[in-house]
Design a protein around this ligand. Structure first.
Ligand code: C2E
Ligand code: CA
Ligand code: CA
Length: 450
């Protein structure tokens, strides 16, 4: 059958320009000035960028900065106080900013609750005073809702710096304080720029890293401290970068947590572990349970539980050989759904392990209610084992967990003294550098076979 669907070529820049002109004409026809934002009548984004760039270039002897203002949870304000009040707040801000407007100070209403102002300055304090003055004015508006404005400030390096870049940088500074009571403004600085570049680079490289097997599962053995026997292991991701060598997760997982790509990383690591266990089973070799980490991001998407069951079926690996490590905070996120997912996975035969215990907010009540099998006591608990108070805490925590019928494993055991103390508490299982560091699967295999 002939394919008679129309092929749409990509839109060219010329066509985009034409579309823009067309929309201008439409707006002109409806009497709306194409350069102004509806309601507040301040310059819109596009007009602002044009005008701000022009002012900077025409006044090269002056220094300029861009202030970007945003209200935290403006949507809630609208819901809580009604749209009319929301509109009044926007008008209040617009009028305040309009007061600053002159031939060198350009003011804009980008969209919804985002405003910007380009202003000349001689001294940084002027920028701070202006930001505080705007915030104080908004604060003085009395409504039954705490409006939380934040201002990101970016100082232009030179007169040719495009306002769109100034805006992006001001926005990065703003994100660092958005919604915080104590911080009203933040300047974009070099460290933010560096962090941003690093994050961008990770984002750009990770997709390729995933498809070219640069992300590898390492395994750190779990040990029975009394006998020294290996009783399991934990899969930990390593990025084997073609130029930079082995990159630890602390350098890239936080970025991937922000953009959600950590989900793909997790699945990649889980798959490697199922694949490997499956091969060991087929070859009739010794197998021990391996823990995999489940990022908190999965708590927002209940599909992860089906994925795990599919992996177990596809690779014919019994779920009892795979323990799922979730941090305390995952158990707290989206509680009802998460609880059901946990219970479901447990019913399927997976065992559940609460990671980093003692670093979050778990309460004994929560522990009693959660379907967790194992608790991983965080390294922080045993760092200073010679301290008597620390000993008291561990003794009582271990006692309570045992009374609740939970299995216990201690993370980060590094010294003989820690081992001795833990054995005295009848804590048998540990994971730590005293025994082994995380290692490539091939090395772990050799240990198991020995
Ligand atoms: P975690 O799950 O708490 O893993 C234990 C971390 O403690 C590992 O760091 C391990 O190398 C380290 N460790 C173990 N024993 C010792 C010790 O005796 N001393 C010290 N100083 N450290 C010890 P690693 O591999 O750098 O992983 C850091 C974190 O990154 C992990 O903490 C986990 O939260 C996350 N992560 C690692 N792999 C994955 C993954 O595949 N998926 C997800 N979602 N997170 C992962
Ligand atoms: Ca873990
Ligand atoms: Ca941990």
């Amino acid at each position: 059958m002939a394919d008679d669907r129309k092929q749409f070529p990509p839109v060219s820049d010329a066509q985009k320009e034409e579309l823009y002109l067309y929309s201008l004409k439409k707006m002109a026809a409806s009497n709306q000035d194409p350069n102004l934002t509806y309601m507040t009548n301040l310059l819109n984004l596009r007009a602002f960028q044009y005008k701000a760039g022009e002012v900077m270039r025409q006044n090269r002897e002056k220094s300029f900065a861009l202030l970007l203002l945003d209200i935290a949870s403006f949507k809630s304000l609208n819901e809580f106080c009604g749209r009319d009040t929301g509109d009044k707040v926007l008008m209040l801000i617009a009028d305040k900013l309009r007061g600053y407007q002159n031939e060198l100070t350009i003011v804009s209403h980008f969209r919804a609750d985002t405003f910007a102002m380009l202003m000349p300055f001689t001294d940084q304090q002027e920028l701070i005073d202006t930001a505080l003055d705007i915030v104080a004015h908004i604060d003085s508006y009395k409504i039954p809702y705490k409006i939380l404005p934040s201002i990101g400030i970016c100082v232009a390096d030179n007169s040719d710096m495009p306002p769109s870049i100034l805006r992006d940088y001001a926005s990065i500074a703003l994100q660092t304080i958005k919604g915080k009571f104590y911080a009203k403004y933040a300047f974009f600085d070099e460290s933010m720029r560096q962090r941003m570049l690093v994050e961008k680079q990770i984002e750009n490289e990770i997709v390729e890293a995933l498809s070219t097997k640069q992300l590898q599962a390492y395994i750190q053995p779990k040990v029975d401290m009394a006998s020294g026997e290996i009783v399991g292991g934990e899969a930990l991701v390593r990025w084997i970068h073609p130029e930079k060598g082995v990159i630890p997760p602390s350098q890239f997982l936080p970025v991937l947590e922000k953009n959600g790509l950590i989900i793909d990383v997790d699945i990649c690591i889980w798959t490697q572990i199922f694949e490997w266990l499956s091969r060991r089973i087929r070859e009739g070799k010794k197998v021990v349970p391996i823990s995999i980490n489940i990022s908190r991001m999965h708590a927002y998407d209940t599909i992860f539980k089906e994925r795990l069951v599919q992996l177990s079926e596809h690779y014919s690996v019994p779920p009892r050989l795979v323990a799922l490590e979730l941090t305390e905070s995952s158990f707290l996120t989206n509680t009802d759904d998460m609880y059901q997912s946990m219970q479901y996975l447990k019913d399927q035969g997976f065992s559940l392990s609460m990671d980093d215990f003692g670093t979050g907010y778990s309460t004994m009540t929560m522990l009693k209610n959660q379907p967790v099998d194992e608790i991983k006591i965080d390294k922080g608990f045993i760092d200073d084992i010679s301290d008597e108070k620390e000993q008291i805490i561990i003794r009582s925590v271990v006692g309570m967990l045992k009374a609740l019928g939970k299995k216990i494993i201690v993370e980060g055991v590094e010294t003989e003294a820690q081992r001795q103390f833990l054995l005295e508490q009848n804590c048998l299982h540990a994971q730590g550098f005293l025994y082994y560091k995380p290692m490539p699967i091939s090395e772990y295999e050799k240990l198991l076979d020995a």
